[in-house]
Ligand binder design. Structure first.
Ligand code: PTJ
Length: 253
């Protein structure tokens, strides 16, 4: 990985780019993952590269759902494994979630390498190598584990494709997504849509999970029952509008 100086004004963004590129070289991230990261970056510019109020609102509800779940699962793809393996492992540990590798561009080698990468980052068990159940989908994201995604009541699916998100919601699961694009089919279909950068979102969620684990169950239930996803999504779009207005005001002509 290229050494990015920490005082570079775009340090976080360049570091993320390096991590995804390194993921491709290691064989854990698909080449298409580079395009996905670029799409994400452009939305992050529009958002202002910060966790907005609406993102924090969704992240709090998502953590409550994970903490209350009977069988929570975090689904990991090649981008997530490259960008935040240690944060996935921390969140899984605190919330008691299982981790399952589920890939769009699936190969056995990539699944194996991602599992090993997650284990090197502290995971004890990672599902996904021997899928024994299928979702009604025509692509490889249909291949799931009956102890994991298939029977999960709450699934966190960062950087998802709309198809599987829709299917999981149809199956009655609480589906939490992390996607910087508030207009994507994924964001519009999920139960809890977190419009935030994966790295920031997982960092916030790990912190929130540590705090919220001490809260009474009723408080967590209240967070979920009062949560409105349409409100979170429309506010995410308004926050982009407001940020753009500020930028326009800064350009004097
Ligand atoms: O590893 P695989 O084979 O399962 O493939 C994974 C990718 C991500 C390549 C695959 O799922 C894919 O092609 O995804 P899409 O359709 O490009 O969607 C990715 C979505 O995630 C887009 O809406 C992006 O804006 C968003 N996104 C990209 N990077 C980030 C992000 N959202 C949050 N944080 C990011 N770092």
């Amino acid at each position: 990985m290229t050494d990015i100086p920490q005082d570079h004004p775009r340090y976080e963004s360049l570091l993320a780019r390096e991590k995804v590129a390194a993921g491709v070289k290691m064989g854990i991230t698909s080449i298409q993952g580079l395009i996905a990261q670029g799409r994400g970056e452009s939305f992050d510019y529009l958002i202002g590269e910060r966790s907005t109020e609406s993102a924090l609102y969704a992240e709090r509800a998502a953590v409550a759902a994970l903490l209350l779940a009977k069988n929570p699962v975090i689904s990991v793809n090649g981008n997530v494994a490259a960008l935040a393996p240690e944060k996935v492992v921390s969140l899984a540990d605190i919330t008691g979630a299982r981790i399952e590798v589920n890939l769009f561009h699936r190969t056995d080698t990539r699944v194996h390498l991602i599992i090993e990468h997650l284990k090197a980052n502290g995971a004890s068990e990672v599902l996904g190598k021997n899928p024994d159940a299928t979702l009604e989908l025509s692509h490889d994201r249909r291949l799931v584990d009956s102890r994991g995604i298939y029977t999960a009541d709450v699934v966190l699916v960062p950087l998802e494709d709309g198809d599987r998100c829709e299917k999981l919601v149809e199956m009655g699961k609480t589906v939490i997504t992390i996607d910087l694009n508030p207009l994507s089919r994924t964001s519009r279909t999920a139960t809890i849509s977190i419009v935030d950068n994966l790295t920031r979102a997982l960092e916030n969620m790990v912190k929130l999970a540590r705090e919220m684990k001490k809260e009474r169950k009723e408080e967590l239930v209240k967070l979920i029952t009062t949560y409105e996803n349409k409100k979170a999504l429309s506010e995410a779009i308004s926050e982009i509008q407001e940020h753009l207005k500020t930028l326009i005001a800064e350009i004097e002509y």
